[in-house]
Design a protein around this ligand. Sequence first.
Ligand SMILES: [Zn+2]
Length: 245
Amino acid sequence: MGAAADTAVLGTRDGTPRLCASIPEARVDFIKEAGGFIAVDLRSIAMQGLVASEDLSAIATAKALLYWHSRHRFCANCGAETTNGEAGWRRDCASCGAHHFPRTDPCVIMLAIRGDECVLGRQSRFPPGMWSCLAGFVEPGESLEEAVRRETLEEAGLPTARVRYFASQPWAFPMSMMIGCFAEAASGALKIDEIELEAARWVSRDEARLLLANKHPARQFAPPRIAIAHHLITAFAERGSAVFD
Ligand SMILES: [Zn+2]
């Protein structure tokens, strides 16, 4: 049998409470056989647009919270077993009295730009043909600007100067906050970190438009609209280096 089910309250919609609950793996087939239910993973729900966006964010919250519960069954302070508290938004330790709160991991995702070109990269885990922005976790003690410059230098060997915030996106795979930025590249030579990236290259605004529209002659493409990378690349394709203004 799997671990005990966890639950959390997600607030209300139109006056009706919304709850989420984890289902132990051993019970999934039982529930499917009971009829009236389908099992769909969050990535498919998001990519295929199976629910309205306001429902998608509640489902993403549920996934992040339930994942967090599943990984925090024991107190990080004293090692005793913890219990679900505050309607699923806290874990409590009866042994030492510590309260543990859900965590969000900040992650910068950036588009390095020089004039009418930007840098896109490929990780080996990407679907074949997909090119995206560079990204990485913010380290303790770093500002977002420092994280953008360090990651761009580490992954692509590219120094950057000005950094501009664009937008953010919670990303429940499993519990990150993607912080989208533009970075002004100082020089043109790329030297990739082969552990992090399979490839990186300069892409013109014209080529970026083909990637976004899925009309690239080499059948390459940008991430889908659900991803903040799509919107960073779109802003650059439309406005070029005016994104810094
Ligand atoms: Zn404890």
